[in-house]
Design a binder for this molecule. Structure first.
Ligand code: AMP
Ligand code: MN
Ligand code: MN
Ligand code: MN
Length: 279
């Protein structure tokens, strides 16, 4: 029905917005959002092409943010791309990614792994660099056999060349989306590196500054997790969203539309989409 969590070549996905949209049309989806990491560069191309293809499109982003040293992702929807302050903030995130990449490469070089900044750039089709592109370079040069190995040996948080990046604090990420006029949604809550109790504390804190929704429908959630967050979101009057987190060939076994979204949640969200469009 809909997929509100998709990555394109403007972050670490392998499909261009056009390829994503073609696939969504083929799958007969009613509404999609492309939610690249920390940027909205896909918007121009996506809006134009979705119009041509007659499929509903919603602007989106997935911001990485920090909560007590843990990486928490906040999805933003209905974004105002003309908000200069917002765009400037996103540029800061790109710069931060560049300096982290330099540190990672330097460390890898110390381990006699000869990859260059250019090798990593070659893996990215945009100017946003993620560890996923470093993994691609390691794979191409034969230093690892799989992307998973690149993360477990080098890039993941217990890897030899791990460097965290300085993200916005989670409150700041939510505020950034809210002050842009967008809808702020906590991404894949069951994937957080802590349990429901701490997630409950975090969500309550974020609700006070305007958190709007929870990503309840997500391919890797167990039935139990899905039911837990469904009930939780309803009880707290939060919007229920869902998406596949499609990354193209960078995430095997996940296709566009694999969002498990249930009809009731789809109907509600679609109604919101139509109302906000008219506004
Ligand atoms: P970054 O945003 O630069 O910190 O990179 C994180 C990205 O790397 C995630 O969005 C995933 O696409 C990818 N990633 C993280 N862990 C793994 C893993 N174990 N295997 C493959 N890809 C991963
Ligand atoms: Mn990713
Ligand atoms: Mn995420
Ligand atoms: Mn994602």
């Amino acid at each position: 029905m809909m997929d509100l969590h998709i990555h394109s070549t403007y972050s670490d996905g392998t499909f261009t917005p056009k390829e994503i949209i073609d696939k969504a049309v083929e799958k007969n989806l009613k509404l999609i959002s492309i939610t690249d990491h920390d940027n909205i560069d896909c918007l121009e191309e996506s809006k134009k092409y979705t119009k041509e293809k007659n499929i509903n499109f919603l602007s989106g982003i997935e911001l990485s943010s920090d909560y007590e040293g843990k990486d928490i992702h906040i999805l933003g929807y209905f974004l105002n791309e003309n908000d200069k302050k917002f765009i400037d903030k996103l540029q800061e995130l790109k710069n931060e990614r560049e300096s982290r990449t330099e540190k990672i490469i330097k460390r890898l070089n110390q381990f006699k792994i000869n990859i260059t900044y250019q090798d990593v750039l070659n893996e990215s089709k945009s100017d946003l660099i993620s560890r996923s592109h470093i993994a691609g370079a390691l794979l191409k040069k034969g230093y690892v056999k799989t992307r998973g190995e690149a993360f477990s040996r080098y890039l993941g948080d217990s890897g030899l060349a791990y460097f965290p990046k300085t993200n916005f604090k989670v409150e700041e990420a939510v505020k950034l989306i809210k002050s842009n006029g967008g809808l702020a949604v906590i991404a894949h809550p069951a994937l957080a590196p802590f349990g429901h109790d701490k997630m409950n504390i975090l969500i309550r804190k974020l609700m006070k500054i305007g958190l709007d929704g929870v990503e309840v429908f997500y391919p890797s959630f167990s039935k139990k997790e899905l039911e837990f967050y469904k009930k939780y979101a309803k009880k707290n009057n939060l919007i229920l969203t869902g998406g596949s987190d499609f990354h193209g060939n960078n995430r095997e076994g996940i296709d566009i539309g694999d969002s498990k979204i249930e009809k009731e949640a789809f109907d509600k969200f679609y109604e919101l989409y139509e109302t906000r469009l008219v506004k």
